[in-house]
Design a protein around this ligand. Structure first.
Ligand code: AVJ
Length: 321
């Protein structure tokens, strides 16, 4: 890079390192600017994107049983949500718990203060009695902060199969670290998308309306806008794959011609061969057996699995040993 690395933003550095890797890759965490948030909202409404509806069904149909399991032998708990987003699904549980007169508080954790402000404002109106303590920041910093005065049982929500964005290599480290921030008896309620008909999975990442394509391409739009790049959006094809052996679903942007892209922020030109791919996202699919192994490796015991009627998706309740 012509610029000194120290003066570059983390974003610019990550993009440079991804585009000089072989194979090229870009991190899915950069999907979510304002436009990306909007596109993901539209994805959740797509006919093909079953994940959100499955989790909604689980919460709606099994809220009584979920509450019983969260309480177990206690009378109160602290509900913490990692990457809370707009909280649409969580609200089903929050409303039910509040109506049942349960003694609990809700701490949504998100990297975006904007998202938290919207969520807190919304909850104040829709569930006025709920005690909300939003925390902006990194998951682990926030969990550590919560643990400073920690007497009550903690129930941590990690929903939406967000764990799927971690490769099978990095997920165990993340879960172990999560467990290290909890005490024995604390609970983790974590959503996993299950292996199923490969065609159903592939369609969820290749919808007819092309919203997922736009979501994937938005990464290049962001680089163009924020780092002064000249990616030609017509020059890249959206191409997801699913491996039914490993459960790995990957999204790619494939260069449909030999081309060069210049990024002002890094001062570099990046060359693409015709049909060279950039890997942009992993959305891992799981078996119940692999989920049990993940739990055990990270120091948890699986208490109960809540699945939808099609067995497409599971919210798995783990107890920290
Ligand atoms: C928010 C990570 C669960 O991987 O299914 C949706 C993101 N990517 N369509 C997923 C996503 C393409 C989503 N997660």
């Amino acid at each position: 890079m012509s610029d000194t690395t120290a003066t570059l933003s983390t974003f610019a550095r990550d993009i440079h390192s991804g585009l000089t890797s072989n194979p090229k890759c870009l991190s899915s965490k950069y999907f979510y600017d304002e436009k990306g948030d909007q596109l993901f909202q539209s994805i959740m409404d797509l006919e093909e994107y079953y994940l959100t509806r499955c989790e909604f069904e689980i919460f709606d149909q099994q809220k009584e049983e979920i509450l019983k399991s969260f309480l177990a032998n206690d009378t109160s708990f602290k509900l913490v949500e990692l990457g809370a987003g707009d909280g649409t699904k969580t609200k089903i549980l929050l409303k039910h718990f509040t109506n049942e007169g349960v003694d609990f508080s809700y701490s949504p954790i998100d990297i975006s203060q904007h998202v938290l402000d919207i969520l807190s404002g919304d909850l104040k109106k829709s569930i006025p009695k709920l005690h909300v303590n939003a925390i902006q920041g990194d998951y682990f910093d926030a969990l550590a902060k919560l643990n400073e005065n920690h007497f009550q049982k903690e129930v941590v929500l990690f929903l939406g199969s967000n764990i799927g964005n971690f490769s099978n290599g990095s997920a165990p480290k993340f879960l172990k670290r999560l467990g290290d921030n909890l005490s024995s008896g604390d609970l983790l309620f974590i959503g996993f998308d299950l292996m199923k008909d490969p065609n159903v999975i592939l369609s969820a990442y290749n919808d007819k309306l092309g919203v997922t394509k736009e979501f994937n391409l938005n990464l290049l739009v962001r680089i163009n806008n924020e780092l002064g790049a000249n990616f030609d959006l017509e020059g890249f094809e959206h191409f997801p794959t699913y491996d039914p052996i490993t459960g790995e679903t990957k999204s790619h942007l494939v260069s449909n011609k030999a081309q060069q892209v210049f990024i002002e922020a890094t001062g570099e030109t990046y060359s693409f061969d015709a049909w060279e791919a950039i890997h942009t996202e992993v959305s891992q699919k799981y078996s119940l057996k692999s989920i049990r192994q993940f739990a055990e490796q990270a120091g948890f015991k699986v208490m109960k699995n809540f699945t939808d009627k099609n067995n497409y998706y599971v919210d798995s309740l783990w107890e920290k040993i």
